[in-house]
Design a protein around this ligand. Sequence first.
Ligand code: ARG
Length: 301
Amino acid sequence: MLGHLRSWQCKDSRLLREITLTSVATLRAPEPTPARRSTSRRYVMCRPDHFEVAYSINPWMDPGAPVDRALALAQWDTLRRCFESHGHSVEVVPGVPGLPDMVFAANSGVVIGARAMSARFTHPERAAEGPAYHAWFAERGFAHLVAAGEINEGEGDFLRVGDRILAATGFRSSPAAHREVESFFGRPVVTLGLVDPRFYHLDTALMALDEHTVAYYPAAFDAESLDVLAALYPDAILAREADALVLGLNGVSDGHNVFLAARAHGLADALRERGYNPVGIDLSELLKAGGGVKCCTLELH
Ligand code: ARG
């Protein structure tokens, strides 16, 4: 074996060094806080040019309360620039007048590689967003593009974590949509049940941190789902109510930087302890529609 290695050395000393380093590394005990690595991501966002709270389809929305659209635009722009300054690309979809919730691009669909499925909304107020986003996906060009046949609110309810997709039902997306996504993307979909109307989409209750880890608010899920989550993610960060109530879990992670509500202090501390870099974002105006950082962001996986 050694002779075999030595014979490589003269040809490629770099390769030999790598082999030696690998064998040393395997002898070392695992690090207590693994070093996190960010990877560059592609995001899709929709400017809140037509944002307002004109109807109420979740407990956060009060059409009687004033909304400052100029402030919403400024906050949204800060998020966009923050993604870009961390090395991510952002594509912007034009908003459509009369579709105030279109800013929540996460709900537009699910995109993995060349496969894209555009959303089909629960409420008539948002129904026209499905075809609007579908048209944008078609123009952008994906080899395999379909419109969801079942009620499916995109990345609001379908979060890719490594090879699997976690999917929620209870308020919006249907269990039939979970099966539809599973067969279209050819990846296992794990069904989770949401029980608290304030956390009506999966991305309000659970955040994917990297391929292996998530953070979630346990009280938002039914008992069966809690068993599933505990079995799949024994190392998950369990968020407290105070952080969930500022939509702290509605964040976006690039593997190291985690963009999340600036007011989610407890969750930010927990992330820091695990080696992540929390980046606080203030989206107070969009919160009036029940949305946060992740709601504004579709990832092109
Ligand atoms: N007002 C929108 C709704 O209730 C907010 C959507 C937030 N999006 C999300 N991905 N959670 O549908």
